[in-house]
Design a protein around this ligand. Structure first.
Ligand SMILES: Nc1ncnc2c1ncn2[C@@H]1O[C@H](COP(=O)(O)OP(=O)(O)OP(=O)(O)O)[C@@H](O)[C@H]1O
Length: 298
């Protein structure tokens, strides 16, 4: 795969405040790459450097191999506007036409609006759109220049569960159509479901870059396996099994905690001992637990 965005040891300060201290990650072509972090972690500042809106104090940022302020990059990068950035009275087709006029190779607005479920709404003013329609319009506007890379910020804020799921499907379709997506989100379920890889930013630093499952596997005790052995099992039987961090037994029910591919490792170890795990149950941590684990307490 080819790097579409490269951020290397990025630093950015506002006066005395170090908003970004050391952020590095590489976004590959064709992936949905998420940036997650607490409020004030430095996500927006990082993304603004990628969009060419801010100049790094130190470190480097390239988009499609070039400086983000290069006019060619601006033609190939789509950015989602925040809700408040469109005037109430602008009509959907006017907004699409206006944004299309900024680009050399704009997409045809009709099919794009149709793809985003806005067909037939071209004559509506922005103010009259529902929250979900506004959000979909902002996505349509980010795609109207036929970009190779789309930067989406707080994609599903304020949407109902159905609209959120529809939006996720839509973004996965956008990725599948060949657009690389950089997604900034506060929602762990969104990042876990949608992103191919994620950078976790904490207090201006990247603390991890991995797939959602890779981040989850880092949680110590992130997987809990419970079972009742079919036959006698020595209390130390699973102590040396890879990934196991703790075991306990209560009323004949075993609880094994650990990380990684724990269920497989435990099953293999039990099979070697000719023990069958009855009433087997596996509970896995989610991205939220991984996030809490990876980021410091305030
Ligand atoms: N223009 C600015 N002037 C001064 N400080 C700023 C400015 N923009 C952001 N900051 C500060 O820099 C830090 C990082 O802000 P940033 O907006 O990049 O974080 P964020 O992770 O996007 O936060 P949020 O999730 O709340 O949007 C915060 O402490 C913020 O208050």
């Amino acid at each position: 795969m080819t790097a579409v965005i490269e951020v290397r040891q990025l630093q950015k300060r506002y006066g005395d405040h170090e908003a970004v201290r050391d952020v590095s990650f590489t976004v590959e072509r064709g992936e949905i790459f998420g940036i997650i972090g607490r409020n004030g972690a430095g996500k927006t500042t990082t993304v603004e450097c990628i969009e060419g809106l801010r100049r790094p104090d130190a470190g480097s940022v390239t988009v499609l191999g070039r400086d983000p302020r290069d006019p060619d990059v601006r033609q190939r990068l789509g950015v989602q506007l925040q809700e408040s950035q469109l005037p109430d009275r602008i009509r959907v087709d006017e907004a699409m036409g206006l944004f299309a006029s900024f680009y050399e190779r704009p997409a045809a607005p009709g099919p794009l609006l149709e793809r985003l479920g806005l067909a037939g709404h071209g004559g509506r003013t922005y103010k009259k759109l529902s929250g979900g329609q506004k959000q979909r319009l902002s996505i349509a506007l980010s795609l109207v220049g036929s970009p190779e890379v789309a930067v989406l910020d707080e994609l599903t804020t304020g949407l109902d569960p159905q609209a959120r799921h529809d939006t996720w499907r839509l973004i996965a379709d956008v990725r599948d159509s060949g657009v690389t997506v950089l997604l900034v989100t506060h929602f762990m379920d969104e990042a876990e479901r949608l992103c191919d890889r994620i950078a976790v930013i904490d207090r201006g630093r990247t603390v991890a870059v991995d797939t959602p499952q890779g981040l989850i596997r880092r949680v110590p005790g992130g997987v809990t396996v419970t079972f009742r052995p079919s036959g006698p099992l020595d209390a130390q039987a699973l102590a040396g099994v890879p990934g196991v961090t703790a075991t306990s037994v209560e009323d004949g029910m075993w609880t094994v905690q650990g990380r990684g591919n724990l269920a497989h490792e435990v099953s293999t170890a039990l099979a070697a001992l000719h023990v069958v795990p009855l009433a087997l149950n596996i509970v896995q941590a989610d991205l939220e637990s991984a996030f809490v684990e990876l980021t410091c307490a305030p």
